[in-house]
Every structure is written in structure tokens, then in C-alpha cells.
Design a binder for this molecule. Structure first.
Ligand SMILES: C[S@@+](CC[C@H](N)C(=O)[O-])C[C@H]1O[C@@H](n2cnc3c(N)ncnc32)[C@H](O)[C@@H]1O
Length: 277
């Protein structure tokens, strides 16, 4: 178990801004968590006014993380690099993976100081497995790849699941988002998997751009992308069935049932898993 904190010397409390909304804390509010400030709740309530199904959408997104983790563990994968982890919300990815394979190893990465402050909750590995946390920014993939916690936890000669669930829409420039995925995924061996979900405006063209506007005005650039743009991240990979679908339609199971009758517009997150052939 280890917690990496890349190159920051300021005390943690000084890095937690309570005057501007943070995407991780707004997401926690939508999920029904407790780690948010008034400024996050106000921004989140503005989102709920224009997109009343946001709570169902983020629950469907989080459930996709759990299902894809179970599916990949069931296919024999044992290592995860999860970037944009979010404030710990049980069950976290390692709890799901280790529920199937107790020896699973998971490295978490997020750039939000609140996630760092709560990262102890991610350090609850089984004795057979291992978890680590890196305080890092996905826009600096070289630093993530060079982190000692990564080398100590994952064997990059063996297949790894690179998961960036509800993250790449916070990288506005698609060329930069591609460069990030390439830098992180290209070195991984065959059999490695890319797990992504991404917000879109295609399914609710009236509501989703209003959500985007609220995030952008709050200082977090949210870039909604089309299905076609989302598909470009999987070029050269073999998409697992059912391909690119809205998050709640990806391999639904009875372990983790979602509310019935959810529509694509209500979810508005594309999701897919691609495997390196
Ligand atoms: C919407 S939450 C998703 C949490 C989790 N992956 C899930 O789907 O349940 C997005 C997370 O990405 C993090 N994030 C945003 N930009 C980031 C960046 N540039 N580098 C690392 N993490 C980032 C936020 O702090 C937040 O915790």
C-alpha cells in the first residue's frame, strides 16, 4: 500500500479550494456522498435544474465502472490503472476487482486534493492484492508512468486495464486526449484493456449543453463529445460486446441492477471497453 503525492509541498488543507466548485465534489454530491462544500452543492443544484436526471446518470456511470471491472476480472485481468478515480465511494474499484480476484492490484490517480485527503479509503487492499494512490494529473502522463508507486504495484509487462471513467470530457482538446491515451496505453502489452465513459450532448441536445455551460462557467471545462469522436479512442482495439452504448446498456447484470426504464437521454454517457489484440 502506498500513497504518492507528486511534487507538492503546500499543506493539503491549503490546496482544498472552498470558493470554487470541483468536479469530484459535485460528482460526490450527485452520488449522495458527504464530501462537498456549499459552492459545490450550489453548482450541482444548478445542474439538476437543467438536467434533472443527473443523479441517475452518474449512478449509471458508476455502475458501469463496477460491471466493467467484474467483467475484466472474470476474463482474467488482475491489474488496473484507474485515472480520475473520484472521491472514494464504496464499493471502490479495488473492492469490486478483489471481490472476484483477491490478488488484483489497483493504482488510483486523481488530481483533486480532496480525493488525496480521502485516499486512505482506497488503501484497503486484500493481503493477496495491492493498492496505491498517486496524486497526479492525467495531462501529465509521463509523471504518472514514472511514479514509483506505479512500478511497485503493477507489472507493466503483464496486461493492465487502463480505466478512465468519466474523465476525458475534462480534457477539452481532443488531440491532447488522444495523446494521453496513446502515451498511457501504447506501452501496455496485448490483452490490456481500455475502459472509458464520456459525457455527450447527442442524446439530450437540449439539456446537456446547459450542463456544459454550468461546468464551464464554474471553471471546469467540460467537453461533450459525439459517439463518433468517442469511437476514435478505440481505434485498433477489439471492442467487447455490446460495443459503444450508453453506460447503463453495457453488460447489465443482476448483481448490480439499475432502475428500470432509464433512457439514453437520461444517462448521456457513452461507455465501452476495448482490448488490445
Ligand atoms: C466525474 S468524476 C469520475 C469518478 C470515477 N471515475 C467514476 O466514474 O465514478 C471525475 C474525476 O476526475 C478527476 N479529474 C478531473 N480532471 C483530472 C485530471 N486532469 N487529472 C486527474 N484527475 C482528474 C476529478 O477530480 C474527479 O475525481
Amino acid at each position: 500500500m502506498s500513497t504518492g503525492d507528486l511534487g507538492h509541498e503546500e499543506p493539503l488543507s491549503a490546496r482544498i479550494r472552498q470558493d470554487v466548485p470541483h468536479s469530484a465534489r459535485m460528482y460526490d454530491y450527485f452520488l449522495g456522498g458527504k464530501d462537498h462544500y456549499a459552492v459545490d452543492r450550489e453548482a450541482a443544484e444548478r445542474v439538476l435544474e437543467v438536467f434533472p436526471d443527473m443523479r441517475s446518470a452518474v449512478q449509471a456511470n458508476r455502475a458501469f465502472m463496477r460491471r466493467s471491472t467484474r467483467v475484466m476480472a472474470g476474463r482474467g485481468l488482475r491489474q488496473w490503472l484507474d485515472i480520475g478515480t473520484g472521491i472514494p465511494t464504496s464499493p471502490n474499484l479495488h473492492e469490486v476487482a478483489q471481490g472476484v480476484a483477491p490478488d488484483a492490484r489497483v493504482v488510483y490517480v486523481d488530481n483533486d486534493p480532496v480525493v488525496l485527503a480521502h485516499s486512505r479509503a482506497l488503501m484497503t487492499s486484500t493481503p493477496e492484492g495491492r493498492t496505491a494512490y498517486i496524486h497526479g494529473d492525467v495531462r501529465d502522463p509521463d509523471t504518472i508512468l514514472a511514479a514509483p508507486e506505479l512500478a511497485r504495484t503493477l507489472d507493466l509487462d503483464q496486461p493492465v486495464v487502463l480505466s478512465m471513467v468519466a474523465l476525458l470530457h475534462f480534457v477539452p482538446d481532443i488531440a491532447e486526449a488522444h495523446a494521453i491515451v496513446d502515451r498511457l496505453f501504447k506501452p501496455l502489452p496485448r490483452g490490456s484493456a481500455l475502459v472509458l465513459s464520456h459525457a455527450t450532448a447527442e442524446l439530450d441536445p437540449a439539456g446537456a449543453p446547459k450542463v456544459q455551460e454550468i461546468y464551464n462557467r464554474a471553471g471546469t471545462t467540460l467537453q461533450l463529445r459525439t459517439r463518433q469522436e468517442f469511437a476514435t479512442f478505440f481505434e485498433g482495439l477489439t471492442l467487447l460486446e455490446p460495443g459503444i452504448v450508453t453506460a447503463h446498456r453495457w453488460c447489465p447484470d443482476d448483481i448490480d441492477p439499475l432502475p428500470e426504464g432509464l433512457t439514453d437521454a437520461q444517462v448521456s454517457f457513452y461507455a465501452a471497453v476495448g482490448v488490445k489484440p
